[in-house]
Write a protein of this length. Structure first.
Length: 92
């Protein structure tokens, strides 16, 4: 069983993640428009980089929240921590 995100108990982190994902959503729409409008590759790559960073940061926040919840739980299983570590390294 996968551990929860930890976001249920941390509304501030949840808001940050949602804001980052909304920003990435808007940036991805800008990338699509730039490609559709035959914009210069520099603009497209710049927007893609912004999307990638926003998504990565949201992912790190999700994992961080889950780790904090896991470590705060006296009954957490090492297996849960190992799964979160694997998720974390998938972003590296």
């Amino acid at each position: 069983m996968m551990p929860s995100t930890g976001l249920e108990s941390d509304p501030v982190a949840k808001k940050k993640i949602i804001n980052r994902l909304r920003r990435a959503h808007g940036q991805l729409a800008a990338v699509i428009d730039a490609v559709d409008d035959d914009e210069h590759c520099e603009k497209i790559v710049h927007q893609l980089s912004a999307v990638s960073k926003a998504v990565d940061r949201a992912g790190f926040l999700v994992i961080s929240s889950a780790l904090q919840e896991c470590l705060a739980d006296d009954e957490f299983q090492q297996e849960e921590l190992d799964k979160l570590e694997k998720l974390f390294t998938s972003f590296a």
